[in-house]
Design a protein around this ligand. Structure first.
Ligand code: IPD
Ligand code: CA
Ligand code: CA
Ligand code: CA
Length: 266
């Protein structure tokens, strides 16, 4: 793996994410509605999710025609170069639909199953989070480093709920047991931003069960390159994994608590 390849992939990922971000921010229709539902009635997709994925895959395929693609809205190309782009064209679709600012474009490039670069662009915050394997993580010009782990009682914890009804009920029970034990809990609505927030220190820790690779791939590398530990990688399809991201010390503590509370079981 050459530094040149990483540099090229990172530059392309940033440009693709920023182009899509501008398109989504400036082109959001006033009357934006739900185009379709997916795994449940609350798992929605808009015409802009689909258009954003097309823009990103078109931009990248023009420049690297031999690469593979895995995108939430259906992009699925094997490719022959060994590089695979993992794309979430809008992470935080429900926020986008309601005009709430916490949504992002998430793009990662993997080779032989290893994530080489990750970019999470948050247009409404003017922030582009980026990382390349072994080279650290940045937001705009600022280097990201996770802070020292707080005590569990002082932890600001992020989480998310999947779209499956039975799982949500179970997740709410776990949250109910955790809330008296921590500083507070945030449900921001974008897994990619949650992972970047751990890298930044805007959240002390984050956990969620059932992420998909496109929610996770870029934010995972950004959090790890900032010094966080990340466990529970989703595979290539819908996953059952319990993803946990936190600085060392807090990571083990949170994993233990979640185990104790049965967060693994539906
Ligand atoms: C969702 C968001 C949300 C998380 C869900 C994801 P989408 O992605 O990341 O925060 O809780 O698990 O599916 O559908 O907005 O791209
Ligand atoms: Ca979605
Ligand atoms: Ca997502
Ligand atoms: Ca999405």
């Amino acid at each position: 793996m050459t530094d040149q390849l990483k540099a090229e992939l990172l530059e392309l990922a940033v440009e693709a994410a920023e182009r899509a971000g501008t398109f989504l921010r400036d082109g959001r229709p006033e009357d934006l509605g739900v185009a379709a539902t997916k795994t449940s009635a609350v798992d929605v997709v808009t015409e802009m999710d689909i258009a954003s994925e097309k823009l990103i895959t078109g931009f990248l395929a023009d420049r690297r025609p031999d690469d593979g693609f895995l995108g939430e809205e259906g992009a699925s190309v094997t490719g022959s170069s060994g590089v695979q782009w993992v794309i979430d064209p809008i992470d935080g679709t429900v926020n986008y639909l309601y005009g709430r600012p916490a949504w992002a474009v998430s793009i990662a490039a993997r080779k032989d199953g290893e994530t080489l670069v990750g970019v999470v662009h948050v247009p409404m915050q003017g922030e582009t989070f980026r990382a390349a394997l072994g080279d650290g993580a940045h937001v705009n010009e600022r280097e990201l480093r996770v802070g020292t782990a707080p005590t569990f009682a002082q932890t600001l914890l992020g989480t998310g709920f999947g779209y499956l009804e039975e799982r949500r009920v179970r997740q709410a029970e776990v949250v109910g047991k955790l809330i008296p034990q921590v500083r507070d809990i945030r449900r921001g609505g974008s897994a990619a931003i949650d992972l970047c927030d751990v890298a930044y220190g805007r959240l002390d820790a984050y956990y969620e069960r059932g992420l998909n690779p496109w929610d996770f791939a870029a934010g995972d590398l950004i959090a790890r390159e900032a010094g966080a530990l990340v466990g529970g990688r989703p595979g290539d399809g819908p996953s059952e994994e319990l993803t946990v991201a936190a600085p060392p010390g807090l990571f083990e503590l949170l994993q233990g608590k979640l185990e104790e509370l049965g967060a693994w079981h539906d």
